[in-house]
Design a protein around this ligand. Structure first.
Ligand SMILES: [Zn+2]
Length: 244
């Protein structure tokens, strides 16, 4: 019996104590949400996506290798739609830059229902992004999060210039500068190119942020239900270099 709605609901799919606690203690509007309940009462729509942490990363990187080699698979969109009509169980989540040259679904040679993608210029974990990833991990049982930066990132470059020159960008762009400033300031004075260093540091700053985002992501990492890694997408080769 769902205490939130009073309906006879047997929660079968999720075994996590925290998720059950979330469902049972959530306001009725959330607990009775048909979509959320559907996720816990049915088998995984894509059984092949039920993977261990390491197997999920291995699958991502093998997909990237196919993409780099130009041998990406042909995805049958028509037949993919039906099994995904009532749910999803992506095997990985990706936080990437909004840059149009970076397309996670393509660069990992994945189909619909495979990767849960959050994008924002500069690939940083805002509260909204963290909440979205919490949904992926807690409700969809996604075992892997990849924070994906890329070389020649315009957002990081603009933030670095604004901080270095002490200028204020127009519109709402200062919000991006503020989000990226911890990484930029952390590498100021280091040998090498400031933007390249800041791009890599920004990935790791956000990997650490997600790993320790309590209570959901941090606990999932502690329980070894979630792995969080970082990588850099190379614009010329298409290759993803793992950082950690
Ligand atoms: Zn970018």
């Amino acid at each position: 019996m769902c205490e939130g709605c009073g309906k006879a609901v047997v929660h079968q799919f999720a075994e996590r104590r925290a998720f059950l606690k979330l469902i049972l203690t959530a306001p009725a509007g959330f607990a009775c949400n048909s979509y959320a309940v559907a996720q816990v009462n049915k088998v995984a729509p894509k059984p092949g996506n039920v993977l261990t942490l390491d197997a999920a990363l291995d699958r991502l990187m093998k997909g990237n290798a196919r993409y780099v080699e130009g041998v990406s698979r042909r995805h049958d969109f028509n037949h993919e739609r039906e099994p995904l009509r009532t749910g999803q169980n992506p095997f990985a989540a990706v936080l990437s830059c909004a840059d149009s040259r970076v397309a996670p679904e393509y660069c990992f040679d994945t189909a619909r229902g495979d990767v849960f993608v959050c994008r924002v210029a500069g690939n940083f974990a805002s509260d909204d992004i963290v909440a979205s990833l919490e949904y992926a991990v807690q409700v969809l049982n996604t075992p892997l999060i990849l924070v994906l930066g890329h070389d020649a990132c315009g957002a990081v470059d603009a933030a670095a210039k604004a901080i270095k020159d002490g200028t204020t960008l127009p519109g709402r762009l200062p919000a991006l500068v503020a989000a990226l400033s911890p990484a930029v300031k952390a590498v100021q004075g280091e040998p090498g190119d400031l933007v390249d260093n800041a791009i890599r540091r920004n990935v790791m700053v956000n990997v650490d942020k997600l790993k320790t985002a309590e209570p959901i992501l941090g606990m999932a990492v502690d329980d070894k239900k979630l792995r969080v890694v970082g990588g850099i997408y190379k614009l010329v080769s298409g290759q993803v270099e793992l950082l950690a």
